[in-house]
Design a protein around this ligand. Structure first.
Ligand SMILES: [Zn+2]
Ligand SMILES: [Zn+2]
Length: 366
């Protein structure tokens, strides 16, 4: 079939909306009509090269859609089922999967490294040549062919833009708070970076009973949204180290400091803002080969530095539960969304890069 998609032809090359080809789903695959897809910093990192991927590529990894076609052996999904896509598909047969570490599936890792759907070939094409997939998703398009295990059925009651957010921003934010950090009631929390993911960290920490809950960002409008989802204090980041500002609110430091920007300087600030026996949780994607410098003497105070990837979630267990919580209103997603169109994507990437967006930009396709 032919469809429209956002194509990144080369690192730092222009992102262009092009007509591309997509083959039908093969065995173990599903065709999904994309209904909504978010613009995440990781997509921008593909375009600017700090997250190296085979080119040309269709970015996009945070998406919701409807099942539009089934591979021959797929019998546990039906046409028009609402699904959330995930960058954590699994094969069930590799050493990691059979060893109970599905999140480390070797087959999924090979898809991510090769930009293909089976380790050798792409389902996408442009001008007769292969067009690569982003971690088996590539949702900046009207349709996607994905592995069966990369499409998670959810309730039809959740609006598509909100459902899309579950796949990355919500999964990452809630997962980091619940799985990587285990924030408890009454613990002090600071969140450095209140974009799409950071606002979900704030929201999850508020639901866990964090107090004080300090939101940190350069953008006053992002801090205003953070207040609406539970922040009890805000720090407008300027040229001064943010750890000093956090410690004026929590003099001993915070029990949990989350870094959501992926910058060495703010990881170091998060470490300095973390209290004795506290934990610095790094959510942001640091550039490949970057380094951080920490005061190692802090280790005697039993401080911990923890990395996390997509919130440590198990997609088929956690995504449908998060969808139910969002539908019930326990999780509030509507205030975090700014709706855009497919044609807006090149500008949306520039806006995210410039730091001028407050909410998650979500492409609506229906
Ligand atoms: Zn993402
Ligand atoms: Zn596997």
């Amino acid at each position: 079939m032919r469809m429209r998609a956002a194509v990144c032809a080369a690192v730092d090359g222009p992102l262009q909306i092009r007509e591309v080809g997509l083959r039908p789903p093969g065995p173990g695959e599903v065709l999904v009509r994309i209904t909504a897809t978010g613009v995440c910093a990781s997509d921008v990192h593909i375009v600017d090269g700090s997250l190296p991927k085979p080119m040309p590529i269709v970015p996009g990894h945070e998406a919701a859609g409807r099942v539009a076609g089934l591979g021959t052996d797929v019998d546990d999904l039906a046409i028009d089922d609402p699904v959330v896509l995930t960058i954590l598909p699994w094969c069930g047969t590799c050493a990691a999967c059979t060893g109970g570490r599905r999140r480390a599936c070797e087959w999924a890792a090979s898809l991510a490294a090769t930009g293909t759907l089976d380790g050798t070939a792409t389902a996408l094409s442009i001008d007769g040549a292969p067009l690569h997939h982003f971690n088996g998703v590539s949702s900046w398009a009207e349709y996607a062919v994905v592995p069966r295990t990369g499409a998670i059925r959810i309730t039809p009651a959740l609006p598509p833009a909100q459902a899309a957010l579950l796949g990355c921003a919500v999964a990452t934010g809630f997962g980091a708070v619940r799985n990587a950090a285990g924030v408890g009631a009454g613990q002090s929390v600071a969140v450095i970076g209140c974009g799409g993911v950071g606002l979900n960290v704030v929201q999850a920490a508020a639901l866990a009973g964090a107090d004080p809950l300090i939101a940190v960002d350069r953008n006053p409008r992002a801090l205003a949204v953070a207040r609406t989802v539970g922040a009890t204090a805000t720090v407008l980041a300027d040229d001064h180290p943010v750890d000093v500002a956090i410690r004026t609110i929590a003099p001993l430091g915070v029990d949990h400091c989350f870094e959501v920007l992926g910058r060495p300087a703010t990881v170091e600030a998060a470490w300095r803002a973390t209290a004795a026996s506290g934990q610095t949780t790094v959510i942001g994607l640091l550039p490949a080969s970057s380094s951080i410098t920490l005061d190692a003497f802090d280790l005697i105070a039993e401080k911990r530095l923890v990395g996390t990837y997509l919130g440590g979630i198990t997609p088929e267990r956690d995504l449908s539960a998060l969808a139910d919580a969002a539908t019930a209103g326990t999780i509030s997603l509507a205030p975090l969304i700014e709706e855009i169109t497919l044609d807006d994507l090149p500008l949306a990437v520039e806006r995210l890069r410039a730091g001028t967006v407050t909410a998650r930009q979500v492409v609506l396709l229906e």
